[in-house]
Design a protein around this ligand. Structure first.
Ligand code: SF4
Ligand code: SF4
Length: 453
């Protein structure tokens, strides 16, 4: 099978050997521990708490109601008392209002969603509603509410399962493919039932031959599902780049969604969560996470309850053999550096990487030597050295004119730069400023329009 790919990109060491053979271990929160459920753990409007301090809640009970079209409800993953509702730290470094629940250890279950083993009897609206009421969002990190993604205006001819898992160190999707392939295939069938003219393609990087074999065998007699082998290259799992590879060159226009080119892309765990919500009646309450790097005592793949802190998780799996010099939520290329493990996990938490001082060392920046490597490797065809200059200068017009907002923060430019310039970091910071300026201008215009009335 020939491996497909996209233009440019980089080849970091995948560092997956540490955990790829470690099967998923279930860890439950300790009795008496507090779990934190941020109301903002998806793209879109934050949820509103629908419980109060002192309430008793059960596993699977809705505690945050979606507000707005692009939003997704939040569920308790343990039973116990609501001890507080207050802002807490989230992995991106920001804060979000959260419901705090003290786990009573009983795991008393709430009679909420009903499972539907024969999902073929459901209408399209019923399927979308169960996905929404199951709190399913893009579990690979994006957190986009899945029921919105699965209701595009455009005609869809490809439903792509993003099984590339191209970030180094991460192996949680790989383990899910090996350990729960039936759920993945059945979940994909459910999504395909919404798009009768589409074919399903499970795109897997070729550094996971066992997953390619298991899934290829499983779908060989299903006419509208196939497995595509993808070249091990970063960022192969970016939506735009997996679409390019799988469809033979379709390019998503700047600012558009994959549906603009007839595609829907969903991560492995998102598809499995669709299965869990519809067939088993289980909303999103658990997450499969890779814990890796040289510092943890027991790197591996773990099924955790959403809302546990990273500290609780590390305490339960043996802690550290070396004091970590750097901790990252997510992958090393696109994840968020964390300064404390007292941070709540969310339904998009895919990993915790803890690096030794040697692993974390980054040489100091030096001057650009105009080698052009950042340009040659940028998967978006941008000029990172120039965007870096414009960002540092605060040149908003120049930054926008050179398509700075098209940067996907993949880190490939920083990775390749021999001068170790903080290219991706400075561009991401400028993007945040541009986003804030845009929001302020929008608010000002709305205020002016209101005053005119
Ligand atoms: S400029 Fe952005 S998209 Fe291009 S390589 Fe750098 S981080 Fe990735
Ligand atoms: S890779 Fe680094 S040194 Fe080379 S042109 Fe880009 S910024 Fe300059």
């Amino acid at each position: 099978m020939q491996s497909l790919t996209f233009k440019r990109g980089v080849h970091p060491d995948d560092a997956k050997a540490l955990t790829m053979d470690k099967s998923i271990k279930v860890i439950l929160p300790k009795e008496g521990s507090e779990l934190f459920f941020p109301m903002s753990q998806h793209i879109g409007a934050p949820c509103e708490p629908i419980v109060q301090k002192g309430d008793y809640v059960k596993v699977g009970q809705k505690i945050g109601e979606a507000k707005g079209f692009v939003s997704s409800p939040i569920f308790a993953s343990v039973s116990g008392e609501v001890t507080d509702i207050r802002p807490v730290l989230i992995p991106s470094g920001g804060k979000s209002l959260a419901v705090v629940i003290k786990n009573d250890g009983l795991m008393a279950e709430y009679e909420g969603l009903k499972g539907c083993p024969d999902w073929t009897k459901l209408t399209k609206e019923e399927i979308l509603n169960k996905i929404k009421e199951g709190g399913v969002v893009g579990m690979g990190g994006a957190g986009f509410p899945t029921q919105v993604k699965l209701a595009p205006k455009e005609e869809i001819d490809h439903v792509i399962v993003n099984a590339a898992e191209c970030e180094p160190y991460l192996t949680c999707d790989y383990r899910l493919m090996l350990e729960q392939p039936e759920k993945l295939v059945e979940g994909l069938k459910i999504v395909l039932s919404l798009f009768p003219k589409a074919k399903g393609v499970i795109g897997i990087e070729d550094n996971k031959p066992e997953a390619i074999k298991i899934l290829s065998d499983m779908v060989k007699d299903i006419p509208n599902i196939e497995v595509a082998s993808l070249l091990k290259k970063f960022p192969q799992g970016s939506e735009k780049h997996i679409i390019y590879a799988v469809t033979g060159g379709r390019e998503v226009p700047s600012g558009a969604l994959p549906s603009a080119v007839g595609c829907i892309v969903d991560n492995v765990d998102t598809i499995i969560s669709i299965y869990n919500a519809i067939v088993e009646g289980k909303p999103v309450m658990r997450k499969i996470m890779t814990v890796s790097g040289g510092a943890p005592m027991n790197p591996g793949n773990y099924q955790i309850r959403v809302g546990m802190t990273y500290k609780d998780i590390m305490d339960q799996i043996g802690g550290f053999k070396v004091e970590p010099a750097k901790m990252i939520a997510g992958g090393p290329m696109m994840g968020f550096t964390m300064y404390t493990l007292d941070t709540a996990t969310t339904r998009t938490s895919s990993s915790l990487l803890c690096f030794t001082p040697e692993e974390a060392y980054i040489p100091p920046e030096s001057s650009c030597i105009r080698c052009g490597k950042c340009v040659a490797h940028c998967p978006m065809g941008l000029q990172p050295y120039l965007l870096n200059k414009l960002a540092l200068r605060g040149d908003s017009a120049g930054f926008l004119a050179h398509h700075g907002l098209d940067c996907i923060s993949c880190g490939s430019c920083s990775f390749e730069c021999p001068a170790k310039r903080q290219l991706a970091q400075s561009i991401a910071a400028r993007k945040r400023i541009e986003g804030a300026l845009k929001a302020a201008a929008k608010a000002k215009a709305a205020k002016a329009a209101e005053a005119k009335k």
